[in-house]
Design a protein around this ligand. Structure first.
Ligand SMILES: [Zn+2]
Length: 90
């Protein structure tokens, strides 16, 4: 029979699903991404993938808390830019 899956087929698809779910965590409605891209001229998903900041182009791999990390997956702003943004521009 040729329709019996090799043992690693299951393993492979589990990896794919895991990758998909991890990726999905940073996904948003395409319309919002398009809007962000049009405002910033950058692709948020691409920027976040490479741990860069949407706003200052710096690296964004250190955050003070979980909320800031989550914010980064949404806005793509590094800790410094988040601090500036949420503290009223100073
Ligand atoms: Zn920044």
């Amino acid at each position: 029979m040729t329709d019996i899956y090799p043992e690693n087929a299951m393993y492979q698809s589990t990896l794919l699903i895991g990758e998909y779910l991890m990726d999905e965590a940073t996904h948003k409605a395409p319309a919002i991404d398009a809007l962000l891209t049009s405002i910033t001229g950058k692709n948020r998903q691409g920027v976040v993938k490479f741990k860069r900041c949407m706003t200052c182009d710096g690296t964004a791999n250190e955050f003070t808390d979980e909320l800031s990390k989550l914010e980064y997956t949404i806005s793509g702003m590094c800790q410094t830019c988040q601090d500036k943004f949420f503290n009223g521009g100073e």
